[in-house]
Design a binder for this molecule. Structure first.
Ligand code: 13P
Length: 336
């Protein structure tokens, strides 16, 4: 289902922006005028992180979207994150800079196929990663992020078997950690999937003192070398609080922007992909957002997330369950 309302035909277009415009200044003016809050994920370009009101991981951003008193939320991340903001804050206008900012995990899990998956396992609880569409959320029992999944799984009744979708790497990591077998949806993130164990071993040999921090969307071959496996926020907290001075970071490398700002004396090395560079670890969907598009979405009031109320309420149920079940999962000390 298309949940994004596109700009009107006569809206201001990117190639019509005055090139002499002070974009950060104009965004600031519009933010005040429209009583907007700009939320950004750690995978956004550094210049977007720097002008955001709040930078965080999926859980912290969901909480922020639910709690804000702004009238407009500009969500700089990918589309499903904008949908989450609208689901938890239906009275706010939710804008996303680029309607094409999707997610390979979401793509891998179409609602019809997911519905069949559920029907084939009628006695199972469906625990679904937040990286999915509103429709898949609506078909789920509880939503999780990589920062609260372990804690939420531990709170679920032991006698119910579990389906986990759509990330098979996160699912098998959780199954191993919790000792709870789970039936996994066969999806993966194109970014985390491409890290190379052989290249990581090489990087470790070149930087023998470096600790490895990896996101649980990475394959097992990467996770087994990690000193920390965690969400983007957990990775950030780890490198800032650990005494080590050198870290290899196995997730989307734009998070290194926050690390270098907070700990300029430490060295952060982006894990490389199969091509031996970190370029293929850059998320092409997150990269669609730019300052120009942030400015345009505030001027045009679109792209804008709109959800049918029935779908929103159905998706809210498992999302609200997630928020309620993760009150003990700390709010980031690094988020402003
Ligand atoms: P977290 O921000 O919750 O770690 O997840 C990021 C993400 O979507 C990885 O693809």
């Amino acid at each position: 289902m298309d949940t994004v309302v596109l700009p009107e035909r006569e809206s201001l277009k990117e190639d019509k922006i005055d090139p002499t415009l002070d974009l950060p200044g104009e965004i600031e003016r519009l933010r005040r005028e429209r009583k907007a809050v700009i939320l950004a994920h750690y995978y956004q370009d550094g210049e977007i992180q720097d002008l955001a009101d709040f930078v965080g991981d999926s859980l912290d951003l969901s909480r922020k979207a639910a709690a804000t008193d702004a009238e407009v939320i500009v969500f700089c991340g990918v589309r499903f994150m904008g949908e989450v903001a609208k689901i938890v804050s239906p009275d706010k206008t939710v804008l996303i800079p680029d309607a094409e900012a999707g997610c390979s995990l979401e793509e891998s899990c179409r609602p019809d196929a997911f519905r069949r998956f559920r029907e084939e396992h009628p006695d199972h609880l469906a625990v679904t990663y937040i990286n999915c569409s509103a429709e898949v959320k609506a078909l789920s029992d509880v939503i999780v992020t990589s920062s609260n999944a372990e804690s939420i799984l531990a709170q679920l009744p032991n006698d119910r078997p579990v389906l986990f979708a759509p990330d098979r790497h996160l699912g098998s990591y959780l199954a191993k950690k919790s000792g709870r077998p789970m039936t996994l949806w066969p999806g993966s993130c194109i970014i985390h999937e491409q890290f190379s164990e052989r290249e990581l071993i090489k990087q470790k040999a070149h930087h023998p003192r470096a600790l490895v921090a990896a996101h649980p969307e990475c394959p097992e071959g990467i996770l087994k070398h990690a000193d920390l496996v965690g969400s983007t926020r957990a990775i950030l907290d780890f490198v800032l609080t650990n005494e080590a001075n050198e870290f290899i970071i196995a997730t989307e490398p734009h998070i290194i922007h926050q690390m270098e700002k907070a700990a300029p004396h430490k060295t952060f090395i982006a894990a490389v992909g199969m091509d031996g560079s970190c370029d293929c670890a850059r998320c092409p969907f997150m990269a669609k957002n730019t300052l120009e598009k942030i400015y345009l979405c505030l001027v045009n009031n679109a792209p804008r997330i709109e959800l049918p109320e029935e779908l929103r309420l159905a998706a809210l149920k498992p999302l609200q369950r997630m928020l309620d079940m993760s009150v003990n999962v700390n709010v980031s000390p690094t988020a402003s």
